[in-house]
Structures are given as C-alpha cells and as structure tokens.
Design a protein around this ligand. Structure first.
Ligand code: MRU
Length: 355
C-alpha cells in the first residue's frame, strides 16, 4: 500500500501526512480503516470535523488540534458568508462544540483558543488570515517534532532497544511524530537495534497504526501484547520506553494512552529509562497536577469487541478509560521543542514554560 503524500522536507522517514488542507477543505487519512485500507475523508464543515475527532477518524493530541484549527477556518468562512457583520459572535457555539469533542488532549482546546484569539484581530473576510494561522499551527508542529526528534535521539545510546506505546507518529501529529519522531531520528542516526511497540488495547493504535507507519518508512518493528511489556523490560532488551502525551500538568504529571502508567511502573522497577515526548502545546500550566486532568471514558464495546467481533459473553460489563496519568516521579525525561526536562518537577516545568 504506497504512501501517496509527497516528500516535503529533506528529513529522513518523514513522508506521511494524516491531516492536510486541500482545495478549501480538510483531507484526513481515515485512521479507523488502517492498516487494511488507506482511504481519505473530505471534511467540508466544522460539524464533520467534530464527528471525525469524536469517532477517531483522526486521533492523537497534536493531529486533533491541527484538525480543529482547520475546522475553525471552515466555520468562520461559513459564518462570515451568512452574516459578515456578526460572524465572530455566531462562531462562538461552534468553537465550544469543537473544544469539547474530546476531553483529555489539551492540544484541542489550545488550538481552538489560539484560533479564537486570532479571530478577534480580524476584519473583513477572515478566510485567508485564518487559513494562514492554521497552516502556521500545522507547520510549527512539524518543526517541533523534528527538533524533539533530535533532542530525544541524543539521549539514546547507540545499540539501544526502545519500547513505545500507542501511536505518536505522523498519524498522531502534523507529521513525523513526537515519541515516534524520536524513534525515527534515532533510527536514522543508527542508534537503534530494536523497536518494540505495544499493541495498545483496546483500540490497537500500536498494532494498527504504529506498525503501519513504521513499515511504510522501512523501519522494522516488533509488536507485543501490552501485558508482555514487563517481561520484555526484565529481559534487558530495551533501554528506553518512549511515549507521547495528551496533557502534561504543571507539576510534570503526564496523561497519555491507557497502559502508559503500567509501562512506567515496569520501567522504573527494571531500571529502564522512561521518556515523554510532547510539544509545549501539550503542556497545560493551568492544570495543577494529574488528578485534575479529565480522563475520557469511551464506549464499552471497544473492550467487549475486537476487530468487529464480540469477544466477551453477553451480560459482561466493561470499564474503558482511554487515558491514565503517569506521575512525574516515574519520568526520566520530558522532551519538548524548547528543551529537555530531566526528572521533571513543578519548578522545572515553570522554567521551561516561562515566556
Ligand atoms: O486516543 P488517541 O489515539 O487519540 O490517543 C493518542 C495518545 O494517547 C497518544 O499517545 C498521544 O496523543 C500522543 S500523540 C503524539
């Protein structure tokens, strides 16, 4: 299944784009269909974008934020066409609906707030200026990922094995990826002798998406059941566990895909280093610590079924938190585009985020 997107930068292993603006609409890879089918969705309205985010046709904190920024362009254009004198006020309910499409990934709210603030500076047809702002959000994310790739790869000794969880790659971001950007950069620098990926039950982001995008780029990957990770770490095959984040609180606690916390506990127990890679758009200094991060609960059917087939008996209930929180104390490094925070604390996060 070839990747059709053009090579946009000279950076190695950077060919996949999950979100694009094309001919006045948003074009998304429909991530629900991967790896079986590579199909694109065309979104013409903000309501369609909200549905795509809720249903996880597009997912991953930065990719959700970028989709939201483009959705604001579509909605602002529609509201301006309806009534040029009142488009900013008419846009407000759209922005609220968009910001609430998923609760945990703070990049969504961050992108909506940045676009809302930009709207207040505009007069006349907002489309060209808003589109330029959304494209800036998109290209800044890619640049941040390239920078984090360099910074994170520099922490990895040649000859290392790494374990990653969920999908944090090009599919989850503007391009290249956060944790998977570090994997890409470390592989390009020939620092890696093995890349392991948790399958990431229940939605299988690791098995379906991480394995797909690494293989598209020619990077070998070995999948394992999430429950096999502790044994992998015990056997010394991995020197770093590398994950992304959906929200980083002011004290350095990290919300990420369910299973990240177990991986961090297992890493600490076995003396394996634990790295979180996320742009500063994922850092929420207004959230004091991990206990204040809202955790999305998703439908029971994601747990009760696999690949469209019911795997649990009728009558079984399911608990399906989509994210968990890893305390700052279990994290060795938070890598952002502004720099690396080793052994994160509130003071170090505040220094990183200081303008
Ligand atoms: O539910 P998802 O697939 O949107 O969750 C994504 C994750 O948890 C990723 O690990 C996180 O967003 C980092 S993406 C660069």
């Amino acid at each position: 299944m070839p990747v059709t997107q053009p090579l946009e930068t000279p950076i190695a292993y950077d060919r996949i784009r999950a979100v694009e603006w094309q001919d006045g609409h948003i074009r998304l890879i429909d991530q629900r269909l991967l790896p079986g089918k590579l199909e694109h969705l065309t979104l013409q309205t903000l309501t369609e974008a909200v549905r795509a985010i809720r249903d996880m046709a597009v997912r991953g904190a930065p990719a959700i934020g970028i989709t939201a920024a483009y959705a604001v362009v579509l909605a602002a254009h529609a509201r301006y066409t309806e009534n040029p004198a009142n488009w900013q006020a008419a846009l407000e309910p759209d922005l609220r609906m968009l910001a609430e499409a998923r609760p945990t990934a703070v990049n969504l709210r961050w992108a909506v707030e940045r676009m809302r603030a930009f709207c207040t500076t505009l007069s006349g047809d907002p489309l060209p200026a808003l589109l330029a702002e959304a494209q800036r959000i998109h290209s800044e994310d890619i640049a941040a990922n390239h920078r984090m790739g360099e910074l994170g790869a520099a922490l990895i000794e040649p000859g290392s094995g790494v374990l990653t969880h969920c999908n944090t790659g090009a599919l989850a971001t503007g391009g290249y990826g956060t944790a998977l950007g570090v994997v890409r950069a470390a592989y390009a620098a020939q620092h890696l002798n093995a890349v392991y990926a948790d399958e990431t039950r229940p939605w299988l982001q690791g098995a379906r998406l991480t394995a797909w995008e690494l293989l598209q780029e020619g990077i070998p990957v070995t999948l394992l059941a999430d429950s096999a990770a502790a044994l992998l770490l015990k056997q010394g095959r991995v020197q770093w566990v590398i994950v992304g984040a959906d929200r980083i609180a002011a004290n350095g606690d990290v919300a990420n895909k369910i299973g990240t916390y177990s991986a961090a506990i297992a890493a600490r127990y076995h003396g394996v280093k634990f790295m979180v890679v996320a742009p500063t758009s994922t850092v929420d200094m207004a959230t004091r610590d991990g206990t204040a991060i809202p955790i999305e609960q998703r439908t029971a059917s994601e747990v009760l079924m696999a690949g469209g087939t019911r795997i649990a008996p009728d009558g079984a209930h399911a608990w399906n938190p989509a994210f968990d929180v890893t305390p700052a104390g279990l994290i060795d490094a938070i890598v952002t585009e502004r720099g690396v925070v080793l052994q994160p604390t509130g003071e170090k996060m505040a220094a990183l985020m200081r303008p």
